[in-house]
Design a protein around this ligand. Sequence first.
Ligand SMILES: [Zn+2]
Ligand SMILES: [Zn+2]
Length: 327
Amino acid sequence: MSFLSIALHSSHGNIFLGCIIISTSMRAVFLGTGGTYPCTERNVTSIAVQMGKDIILLDCGEGTQRQLMQSTVSFMAIRWIFISHFHGDHFLGLPGLIQSMNLNDRKRPIDIFGPSGTMKLLSQLLTSGYFAPSFQISLHDVEPGDAITFEGFKVIVGEADHTVPTLCYSIVENERPGRFDAAKAEQMGVPRGPLFRKLQLGQSVKISGRLVHPRDVVGAPRKGRKIVFSGDTRPCKAIIELSRNADLLIHDATLLSTEGRIAKDFGHSTAREAAEVASEAKVRALALIHYSPRYKDASVLEEEAKKIFKSSFAPKDLEEYTIKVVE
Ligand SMILES: [Zn+2]
Ligand SMILES: [Zn+2]
């Protein structure tokens, strides 16, 4: 059976989309690190973020599905797509990717988010030709300030500073429970087994008539991990605020400072400016992205950024970065 099911949702400030997710692993796979147009060295912008078993795709430039096929990420595992803006190098890969999902008998729904106009533009684009999807595609217009809540994490929408309406996104893992002190629990007479589990779930247990409370054996909650994607942008306050203490900031670094004038005119950042944003926001690591095709080797951008912010790197296509839990 084939049916057309494109559901549209306008922005509501807060959206809850339930799903089962256990975000034990969190990593970014840089599918395409280039800006403007694909070149022999790299493809255009797309990043897959793995949250447990599911994938969030950030932007989907032309050719992203072939990058996915060469990566460690299954394109069928993509559950949500976030588009920063509607310049071709950030969204033209969508129709092909969605049609391939259909040809591979996808049944799971997919949700696509983007700036105002997403519903209108993508409902036309994704249904062009004789395409009739066999799974539900829900399109969402979102705006700065929106928070979309999933099970295990949320995505906060911010406003970038580009030549057209552009969003940036912060993926924030929920707070994780504090560390369980098994030795202390045993000392207090709690036997290993189901009572340990009860305490870990926040319930008190009774041992020889005496109550042992979770606070006695479980430490303070631990901060969730956070990844921020800037979209195409000039350096701006909104991104600094959105990125505060992020584990990874993925920021526009189209050009070197020697081309600062061009960066400014076209609404982009230099590697130095991206590093300044990272430094001010006190992030743990900065991944540069959206390199101009003029740079055959992006290491020049990395060198420039590192002078300002040491934990900068310029990933190559298909490179991966795992977000470790900081204790
Ligand atoms: Zn771009
Ligand atoms: Zn752009």
